[in-house]
Design a protein around this ligand. Structure first.
Ligand code: HEC
Length: 136
């Protein structure tokens, strides 16, 4: 009995902040202040290295558009950006099978925070969550 209530307490305490954060920030919300500066700069560096190799061929080295569209205001929503990268869309090939959550998080963080884009961090957890085929 005791154990059970500890488990429930632990779950409540653990999930509480997550649920509150979710309630305040709908899925895919953006423009949250960057709190984890170290993670942000690591993801930016990884994304900066990967983007020219996997995305720039179609979107341009500055992501100002080529075969694929410019990557600017269309990146605000995290869920949509993760979905299109993971699953592809029309002429955009899916990369979900070849890139890890971390690699996708890094590339999305990079493109959402370069060239005057200021949309904030995309974490591995975001990619993991939005990669799932739920909520299409
Ligand atoms: C083979 C060319 C190609 C490559 C490689 C490619 N894209 Fe795309 N991308 C496209 C095209 C074309 C579209 C427009 C899709 C459509 O018509 O719906 C697109 C759409 C997008 C969108 C949605 C933009 C919008 O306006 O809705 C995002 C975000 C995106 N690409 C990011 C990426 C990222 C990040 C990479 C690298 C991992 C990448 N793309 C690689 C061609 C490409």
């Amino acid at each position: 009995m005791k154990t059970k209530s500890y488990v429930i307490l632990a779950l409540t305490v653990g999930l509480g902040p997550t649920l509150i954060a979710r309630a305040e920030e709908p899925a895919g919300a953006t423009n949250a202040p960057i709190q984890n500066v170290q993670l942000f700069s690591q993801l930016m560096a990884e994304g900066r290295a990967a983007f020219p190799q996997v995305c720039a061929g179609c979107h341009g080295p500055q992501a100002s558009g080529k075969v694929g569209p410019a990557l600017r205001k269309n990146l605000k929503e995290i869920r949509g950006a993760v979905k299109v990268v993971v699953n592809g869309r029309n002429q955009m090939p899916p990369v979900g099978g070849t890139l890890s959550d971390r690699e996708i998080a890094a590339i999305l963080t990079y493109i959402r925070n370069s060239w005057d884009n200021r949309y904030g961090l995309v974490t591995e957890e975001d990619v993991h969550e939005f990669r799932k085929p739920v909520g299409f």
